[in-house]
Ligand binder design. Structure first.
Ligand code: NAP
Length: 264
């Protein structure tokens, strides 16, 4: 049973985060409402030094949907914003399963779409990207995050420029590669220079959407090189357009929704 909150207790907003949009929501809510609202940002704990955030921070998993549900009740959470990465499908599903006692909003930036002049090769997952890659290019700008590098590591006669937030201690099995450690947002000029300097002839990207990491796609267009684009994973709960799922595409829309829900 949901815990009844004392009338004088301030509302508690849980932001499932790990994205720039989640951080922007946390900052904007704290800037707008200050101490009138309690804000907790939750991170999976995948990066060593996450960007600084206002309010409280929870790092690491909750223990499945049951754990998340128990946490929501124990901490008196009133509203959940799921602003996780579009490829983090598991935690989004858990948010819908666990948070039935409180309102949930899914903040999901629209996927990128190819523009005139783009040469995209869309694939369904990482394995398909790795299988296709040698037929598309040999000098690869690999921007899929740290957890899924292994699928590419044994491709032969392929050079990789691997961009990661944290510098890894080891990059298993890659033969010919460089690492660039950087956190977005990235610029068109910066990505163009980087890709030219490394004579990149193909980009591999997840279709994350948003502005922070789109520069590589502009650079690919300018250079006239292909992009292997990994589509978003299918979702069975919390999908855009599904009845009963509160949906926002922008931070501003999410803030408007929060304002309605908490009644400030
Ligand atoms: P996931 O498959 O959705 O989540 C796996 C588990 O990690 C969840 O079940 C949950 O553990 C925990 N978790 C994930 N996000 C959390 C959050 N914000 N707060 C607390 N716990 C969280 O996501 P993933 O394994 O992190 O990543 C899957 C894909 O998303 C990868 O392609 C990755 O590159 C991409 N991605 C993820 C993030 C991120 O911040 N998670 C950021 C950028 C890209 P419990 O079940 O124990 O609660």
């Amino acid at each position: 049973m949901p815990r009844r909150k004392p009338v004088n207790q301030k509302p508690h907003l849980l932001i499932l985060g790990g994205t720039g949009d989640a951080a922007a929501v946390a900052r904007a809510v704290v800037a707008a409402y200050g101490v009138r609202i309690q804000v907790t940002s939750s991170l999976a704990g995948r990066t060593r030094a996450p960007a600084s955030l206002p309010g409280s921070i929870h790092i690491g998993g909750f223990g499945g949907p049951e754990g998340l549900h128990a946490w929501i009740l124990a901490q008196g959470v009133d509203v959940v914003i799921d602003a996780t990465h579009p490829f983090a499908a598991q935690i989004s599903k858990h948010a819908i399963q666990a948070a039935h006692a409180v309102p949930v909003l899914r903040l999901d930036r629209p996927p990128w779409t190819p523009q005139s002049g783009d040469d995209w090769h869309s694939v369904t997952d990482i394995a398909a990207a790795a299988a296709l890659l040698p037929s598309v290019g040999r000098r690869v700008f690999l921007t899929v995050g740290a957890s899924e590098l292994a699928a590419f590591s044994e491709l032969e006669n392929v050079y990789f420029l691997i961009r990661l937030i944290d510098t890894p201690e080891t990059v298993s099995a890659f033969v010919d590669y460089d690492i660039v450690s950087a956190r977005g947002p990235f610029t068109k000029v910066g990505d163009l220079q980087l890709m030219k300097a490394h004579r990149i002839d193909v980009v591999v990207s997840k279709n994350s959407g948003g502005d922070a990491t789109v520069a590589k796609l502009h650079a690919a267009r300018v250079l006239g090189i292909p992009v292997v684009m990994i589509d978003r994973p299918p979702c069975d709960l919390g999908c855009p357009g599904r009845a009963g799922v509160n949906q926002a595409e922008t931070v501003q829309q999410a803030l408007f929704w929060i304002k309605q829900i908490v009644g400030f």
